[in-house]
Design a protein around this ligand. Structure first.
Ligand code: CTP
Ligand code: MG
Length: 232
């Protein structure tokens, strides 16, 4: 066991409209948080999990966490998040109680994360100290402003980045300390780790590891879950 996990789920889910915060939204009949927890609980290297969620959902998230099969007795905590994703991850980091050498940060909104992907990123993080999953872009890419093309961007080197992102505890803690000092916020942790000059390894992500962002993503995710796991 060498991996602690921070599940970032404290967003408001504004783009989901009436469906609200994503952690408790059922995807293929099971709440997002339940699906994500089960994938991480399956990974033998995991020794501790902190779930970061909106304050108002503390009780229901605690119930979900307590309901999951946890035969190895992994330490599980639920803590309230902050105003930005960066704040939420930092609060998750502060809530870790074990001294495990690696920390995975995962968006609960990526409900269809597989144990295989978690293990692939972890193997790369053990080698290099920092690793993220990414998939090459398929579409042509353009910079656009006011409804007009500014220029075309060479797609060759562009990748869409996913979570889980895994770092040595020391690297992630230093990156967040620097971000707090500079009041910097970022859409992922790799951005903060990059800022402290740390090299980050990139491993293949999974196209099925979609982020639940808008209501239309639900049907897509359910179809993917159904196709890959024969459920949902
Ligand atoms: N997140 C978080 N704390 C915040 C904001 C976001 O932990 N203050 C988490 C979300 O719960 C989500 C992940 O970061 O799992 C990625 O964020 P996003 O997809 O933007 O989710 P929301 O912020 O919830 O959605 P929206 O931006 O539409 O409100
Ligand atoms: Mg958001």
């Amino acid at each position: 066991m060498d991996l602690a996990v921070i599940l970032a789920g404290a967003g408001e889910g504004r783009r989901m409209g009436d469906l609200g915060p994503k952690v408790l939204i059922p995807v293929g009949g099971r709440p997002a948080l339940e699906r994500v927890l089960d994938s991480f609980l399956e990974v033998e290297s995991v020794g501790e999990i902190v779930v970061v969620i909106p304050k108002a959902l503390l009780k229901s998230a605690q119930k979900t966490v307590a309901s999951r099969p946890n035969p190895r007795g992994i330490a599980l905590h639920v803590v309230p998040g902050g105003d930005t994703r960066t704040d939420s991850v930092r609060l998750g980091l502060q809530a870790l109680t074990s001294a495990l050498p690696y920390v995975a940060v995962h968006d609960v909104a990526r409900v269809n994360v597989s144990p295989e992907l978690i293990e692939r990123v972890l193997r790369a993080a053990r080698e290099s100290g920092a690793a993220i999953p990414a998939v090459p872009l398929r579409d042509s890419v353009k910079e656009v402003a006011s409804g007009r093309v500014v220029r075309s961007v060479d797609r060759e080197r562009l990748h869409a980045v996913q979570t889980p992102q895994i770092f040595s505890h020391d690297i992630l803690a230093r990156a967040h300390a620097a971000a707090a000092e500079e009041r910097a916020a970022a859409t992922d942790d790799a951005m903060l780790v990059e800022r402290i000059g740390q090299e980050i390894a990139v491993v293949p992500g999974e196209p099925s590891n979609l982020k639940l962002t808008e209501p239309g993503d639900l049907a897509l995710l359910e179809a993917l879950i159904h196709a890959s796991r024969g459920e949902g």
